[in-house]
Design a binder for this molecule. Structure first.
Ligand code: ATP
Ligand code: MG
Length: 323
């Protein structure tokens, strides 16, 4: 069994306008030393899935079904106190905005030392030294000095490194990274990807990397799970997904990534937008935007052989579809 295994997860928000089925039967797994990318457009349920694993869904939201197994143990619905023991110790999350992790009014050293002492028996000076070493490890220059700084004294990229350092402090087995490089320029983004890649290799950390940008994870993730409207529509090894996407939505995503193979060709855009969560089509959720939509697509789609499209096997080659 994988380190993290999510089965048929359902996380709903009970709003005055209706029940938002943000995560509607999602399954994925990730093992030690492995990177799983979760890719999809805004609102597809990527973050809510990650927050469900962290036990961070607040009212009006609730995990209403499915299982979340971490290291062989069911953690969906675990009491708050138990979940807090796991969070920051064995499971950590990195957010797009590092200020979700950082407290603006506390020095970095205070925040780091407290994170360690909340979970481990260690002296304050040992915790301080470990914190400083971890800052150095994520590429922060002069970590001894920077330990005494406040979050606003760092640039955006450096602040994200501090948040990553905090996530690493207690050597978590699993890290869920939710678009942590989206706000950063491409050079810093590449540095952070490289840093995380090293970590997965050296520490055998399991990493779930959430992004809307497939090109960011193409050379980095082992597998990709593509989410659309609260569901996984395709999962595959990254190379296979890019070389031979099977779901029309994945084809569209790849079509909008500039690549060597596609150079010179018109970049495909997926027309339209994702259906509103409160008003999704009853059949295939992607049907209204799908170039291959036909009779039969008005039926709800099952995930078969890791793709949620009954026509996947018979669809024409991507290049032909573009012509
Ligand atoms: N507190 C909430 N109350 C009501 N609906 C919510 C709440 N939080 C999230 N949702 C809904 O859940 C759905 C999934 O949201 P989620 O944040 O997981 O999307 P995402 O894939 O992470 O998108 P993005 O790329 O924009 O981060 C959306 O339709 C969103 O409106
Ligand atoms: Mg999100």
């Amino acid at each position: 069994m994988s380190l993290l295994q999510i089965d048929n997860l359902q996380t709903h928000f009970f709003t005055s306008a209706g029940v938002v089925k943000a995560v509607d039967g999602v399954s994925y797994a990730v093992d030690r030393g492995e990177v799983l990318a979760v890719v999809g457009e805004s609102g597809s349920g990527k973050s809510v899935t990650g927050l469900s694993v962290m036990g961070l869904i607040d009212a009006p939201g609730r995990v209403v079904g499915g299982a979340i197994r971490f290291d062989g143990r069911e953690i969906a619905g675990l009491p708050n106190a138990e979940m807090r023991k796991l969070r920051g110790a064995r499971i950590a999350m990195i957010f797009q905005d590092p200020m979700m992790t950082l407290n603006p009014v506390l020095r970095i050293d205070t925040q780091m030392v407290e994170t360690i002492l909340a979970h481990r028996a260690m002296s304050r000076s040992e915790a301080w030294a470990l914190s400083r070493d971890t800052l150095g490890r994520v590429g922060i220059p002069s970590p001894d000095e920077r330990m005494r700084a406040y979050p606003h004294q760092f640039s955006g990229g450096m602040r994200q490194r501090v948040a990553i350092a905090i996530a690493l402090l207690n050597k978590p087995d699993l890290i869920i990274a939710d678009e942590p490089t989206t706000a950063l320029d491409v050079t810093i983004q590449a540095q952070i990807l490289h840093l995380m890649q090293g970590l997965v290799e050296e520490e055998r950390t399991a990493l779930v990397w959430i992004t809307h940008d497939l090109s960011v994870v193409a050379g980095f993730a082992d597998r990709v799970a593509v989410m659309y409207a609260g569901e996984i529509v395709e999962e595959a090894r990254t190379d296979d997904l890019i070389a031979a996407p099977r779901h029309p939505y994945t084809r569209g995503l790849i079509g909008s990534v500039p690549s060597r193979n596609l150079r010179g060709r018109r970049l495909a855009q997926i027309p339209g937008g994702a259906p509103p969560a409160l008003n999704r089509p009853e059949g295939c959720r992607f049907a209204p935007r799908c170039a291959f939509c036909t009779e039969g697509c008005e039926r709800p789609q099952e995930l078969r052989d890791k793709v949620r499209c009954w026509r996947a096997a018979e669809l024409p080659e991507y290049a032909e579809a573009l012509a």
